[in-house]
Design a protein around this ligand. Structure first.
Ligand SMILES: NC(=O)c1ccc[n+]([C@@H]2O[C@H](COP(=O)([O-])OP(=O)(O)OC[C@H]3O[C@@H](n4cnc5c(N)ncnc54)[C@H](OP(=O)(O)O)[C@@H]3O)[C@@H](O)[C@H]2O)c1
Length: 218
């Protein structure tokens, strides 16, 4: 089975659909249901206790975990001079704490099942992201965790992938009222397919990090 955080929407939802269509069991963890998940674990992943509860529910499912894909994430366009403490807490708890704690809680099972881990970070976790300082900082942190995990699991069969795309056409910006035009941005279906292709590679190939840029097409 594949465990996806944030499969109710956007990239995670497209990934859940691709996996479900391929016959794989999909477990989603998010606040709303994913229509493409076989099991929906409805939890707000900002809270540590909820993350632990979600991990226990995942561990109760006996199918081996092929991969854990963290798509959970929120955006912030608060700018320097107007950054609020609440926004820092919202971004750090969702984009950083949730993937760290979930992987930590699932670690024994991940080792047992030789599961892969793919964290959907962002290109702004690889370059300075001054236009979205809180979001970018959270993504640098998520990427730092992912690369550290890669080091920790390097002598195990589990592959750890830091997946860093540029702009994708999803609703993540609208959800915070950010004025971002995404019409010609990358298709989340194409990004989801690429994630599956990376995970489908032979187990002795680890795509440690992938940075995806967006190209203008006339
Ligand atoms: N769109 C882009 O341009 C872009 C570019 C690079 C990287 N990314 C990253 O890609 C990932 C997916 O983004 P997306 O564009 O697909 O966003 P999206 O469509 O808004 O989906 C975000 C997902 O995260 C879940 N989520 C958010 N807060 C949560 C919480 N507190 N508890 C549990 N689940 C929560 C949402 O589920 P619920 O609302 O149901 O809880 C939803 O399923 C994110 O990590 C994002 O930072 C996006």
């Amino acid at each position: 089975m594949i465990v996806i955080t944030g499969a109710s929407d956007g990239v995670g939802s497209e990934l859940a659909k691709i996996y479900q269509d391929s016959g794989e069991k999909v477990v989603n963890i998010s606040r709303r249901e994913s229509k493409y998940a076989d099991v929906n674990i409805l939890q707000d992943l900002r809270e540590g206790a909820n993350i632990k509860e979600a991990a226990v529910t995942v561990c109760d499912i006996k199918d081996p975990i092929k991969a854990v894909v963290n798509c959970v994430g929120v955006f912030s366009d608060e700018q320097l001079g107007g950054i609020t403490e609440d926004e820092i807490k919202r971004l750090m708890s969702t984009n950083v704490k949730a993937p760290i704690l979930l992987i930590s809680e699932l670690l024994d099972r991940i080792k047992q099942d030789q599961s892969d881990i793919l964290n959907v970070v962002s290109i702004v976790g690889t370059v300075p992201g001054g236009h979205a300082p809180v979001y970018s900082t959270s993504k640098w942190a998520e990427r730092g965790f992912t690369l550290g995990l890669q080091e920790l699991l390097k002598d195990t069969p589990s592959r750890v992938i830091s997946f860093c795309p540029a702009g994708i056409k999803t609703g993540i910006f609208d959800k915070v009222g950010a004025n971002v035009q995404v019409d010609d941005w990358m298709d989340p279906k194409a990004i989801a397919l690429f994630i599956k292709q990376i995970l489908d590679l032979p187990k002795n190939i680890e795509v440690s990090e992938v940075v995806i840029r967006r190209k203008a097409v006339k």
